[in-house]
Write a protein that binds this ligand. Structure first.
Ligand code: NDP
Length: 301
């Protein structure tokens, strides 16, 4: 299997570079030009077309995205270019070349109402621009008619890149008191888990008949098991980091509501994802969120 990986330096892309290796030849690109003058700049449609022509992969795994949720509110054209129009171009070209497209999306395609975990078939209704552009990207993939696997995930962290764990560790090293949101609920999901699940799903896909492959294509919800609020998550980080010997000055963590912490982009309260389809179709076990967070804390510290 020959795999073209786009977005190799993001949190998920970094882990995919490792996890996809046992499946075959992996050519990993970022937005700069590599030694063969190939670039994975999603904004440059010609460069993407050329890279796919030259590499001729069986699978394109797209881990690149515009992920600055708050910035997207005032930078709509760039967010739309990367998360929607570039994905449309990629999907249409994959259809033309008969290539499987693996893509990543977000729980932010839902409006966050209620307390039930979102299923793949639930109605989408993004509450912010980032979520809106990600949903437009999904719709473009659906409409292209290409073979695709789209993993919707949430609350991503990893040892590589910027994320909530690193922000909390930094703040807790200098502040005695912090306020953290308690009414948004989800599951912190490791980039390593996302990459390992992707590799497992690709292996199952590869070993399936073409009829089975057709039925494996579609949207999947991918999150660690269990659930928590950002407040619970922060407390777990502080407790575990202290156990690992990290010097933190934090003494008090206050639970605050989303309405007490206004941000440019509205955040959904309910980020719970129902992962049953993923577990059944690809025979995947999803570990509890605390296991992956503990592992990354050990790596960081
Ligand atoms: P990161 O922000 O860590 O990585 C995104 C990558 O995309 C970066 O390496 C960035 O490159 C690259 N990129 C941005 N613009 C372009 C471009 N024009 N051409 C090529 N590459 C580009 O994201 P994650 O790894 O966290 O996210 C992976 C996927 O998961 C995304 O689809 C995201 O929407 C989704 N997701 C993420 C969540 C999260 O909490 N982070 C939650 C839910 C879903 P550069 O470094 O050069 O800017």
């Amino acid at each position: 299997m020959k795999i073209l990986l786009l977005g190799k330096n993001g949190q998920v892309g970094w882990e995919l570079k490792r996890a996809l290796q046992p499946l075959g030849q992996v050519i990993a690109l970022d937005r700069t030009q590599n030694e063969d003058s190939l670039s994975g700049d999603l904004a440059n449609f010609e460069a993407i077309t050329q890279a796919i022509h030259v590499i001729d992969p069986d699978v394109v795994v797209n881990a690149a995205a515009y992920t600055a949720v708050d910035k997207a509110e005032t930078d709509q054209s760039n967010a739309d270019l990367i998360n929607h129009l570039a994905v449309k171009h990629l999907a249409e070209f994959c259809k033309k070349q008969n290539i499987l497209l693996v893509h990543y999306s977000t729980d932010y395609v839902f409006n966050g109402e209620g307390i039930e975990p979102w299923s793949e078939d639930d109605q989408t209704k993004p509450v912010n621009l980032y979520g809106h552009t990600k949903r437009l990207g999904e719709q473009a993939i659906e409409q292209s008619g290409c073979a695709f696997i789209n993993f919707r995930t949430c609350w991503v962290y990893g040892s590589h890149g910027h994320n909530f764990i690193k922000t909390m560790l930094k703040l807790a090293a200098s502040r005695e008191e912090l306020s953290v949101i308690h009414d948004q609920i989800g599951a912190p999901t490791g980039a390593a888990l996302i990459a390992d699940v992707t590799a497992q799903a690709l292996r199952v896909y590869q070993l399936s008949s073409s009829q089975q492959q057709n039925s494996l294509c579609g949207h999947y919800h991918l999150a660690a098991s269990g659930q928590c609020s950002w407040f619970d998550y922060a407390n777990f980080i502080f407790d575990h980091a202290k156990q690992l010997g990290q010097m933190l000055v934090i003494q008090k963590v206050n639970a605050i509501g989303t309405s007490d912490y206004p941000t440019p982009a509205k955040r959904p309260l309910n980020s719970r994802l129902n992962t049953q389809k993923l577990q059944t179709q690809f025979k995947i076990h999803l570990p509890h969120w605390t296991l992956g967070v503990a592992q990354v804390l050990e790596e960081i510290i």
